[in-house]
Design a protein around this ligand. Sequence first.
Ligand SMILES: Cc1cc2nc3c(=O)[nH]c(=O)nc-3n(C[C@H](O)[C@H](O)[C@H](O)COP(=O)(O)OP(=O)(O)OC[C@H]3O[C@@H](n4cnc5c(N)ncnc54)[C@H](O)[C@@H]3O)c2cc1C
Length: 426
Amino acid sequence: MRVAIIGAGPAGSALAILLVREGAQVTLFDDGRRPELLVGESLIPAVIPIFKRLGIEDTMATCGRLKPGVSFVWSESERFSFTFARFAPAVPPYAYNIARPQFDEAVRARAVAAGVQHVIARARLGPAGTGSAELALDAETLAAAPTLGDRQPDFIVDATGRGRLAAGALRIPARVGPRNDVAHFAHFEDFKWDDVPGQVLISRLKAGWSWGIPLKERLSVGIVLGRDDAAGLGATPLERLERAIAIDPWLTSMVGAAKRVTSVATYSNYQLISERGAGPGWVAIGDAFGFVDPMLSPGVFLALRSAEVVADAVAPFLRRRATPSPDELYAALRPYAAMQQRMLAAWLDLVAHFYDGRMLALMRSGRNWIDEGPSAFKSAAQNHIERHIALQASGVGTTSRYSRALLRILARYGMRGVTSAEMAIH
Ligand SMILES: Cc1cc2nc3c(=O)[nH]c(=O)nc-3n(C[C@H](O)[C@H](O)[C@H](O)COP(=O)(O)OP(=O)(O)OC[C@H]3O[C@@H](n4cnc5c(N)ncnc54)[C@H](O)[C@@H]3O)c2cc1C
């Protein structure tokens, strides 16, 4: 099977590795963009088994830092800290924080070493016009990849991230998420740290929230807030980030005196889910299918997991040395497309619990309940609840019906006087 994968981010390179191992002839188009900063720096524990399968966990030694857990800093006096190890073995006991450009480079190099044809070219797609395939590479793109021998590939994979190349060519609309935030971030050195090494910090700001992601030697600091609130902080991304740090006492204490060592990068309009992520002869993976929100860091996991599921759907053809028709491929990929929609919807629902305050209200309520008079029953109940929240937020069980129902019921009936509004992000 001749496969063209467009986009050499985590999704594209991971799929390339898995398919070439099964005997596919894989061409990986890479537009050669190498920005200084890329988001996707904090990972969740569910990436660990995928790293092991891809054989890339050793690259973490060069571009990653162990992430033991996450702390939610909701006010100067209120912090909720979690370590993944507490929920092992149901949840892998750790994750990583990564410098994305180096990580992408390492996974791409692994794909090339595995036998993938790497083509530096900005690929273009259009409707196929003839046959049952829905999409085709344009003539220039085809010519850039001599290994395709001037013949259209049997299978086209859109891994172009927010470029959504296939959706653009086929005019497939995207559902837009409820938030219309903008994110600004930069890397700092010589910062002050008051938490466990490697722990990711999510803090609530007067408007929006901030991230603190400890990388190998640097700290990535980002702010995420509504467009009007961002405009109120300043005209440029740098002014906004500096002002957000200056007016928040906790951020000031951490990075007020630190040295900024990169420019300030900006992202916006990222809550997008394609209404269709597959068709005859093609599929979209990673952000090209959809992305929900950065707060809980699911993006790279969703990219890698989608690569894994697509590889498993296509592997039976490769093992039989059969070249499926575009319609046969579509039939094999429909369950993946349905699963990815469910996954994205579940993440969107989970993250909504953080924005509207239900999740943190529940945590405060649980803490109050234990403080009122600890008992073995209360500890067991609290452990059970936190385990199911961890299963969802770690990526291991985000779509679990039981975990989701438990959270929904508790958020409705388990607040014990704490209102979600007081814990919401504005
Ligand atoms: C503000 C913000 C913060 C985030 N923080 C996190 C986080 O902490 N943790 C996390 O896991 N996720 C995070 N994410 C999400 C994460 O960055 C993405 O989900 C992840 O990068 C998706 O990987 P991908 O491979 O699908 O796409 P990408 O990483 O976008 O890769 C796509 C690749 O395709 C290439 N490309 C595009 N068009 C073409 C073309 N026509 N031809 C050839 N190549 C092309 C691009 O150059 C790029 O290399 C964040 C997102 C945002 C917006």
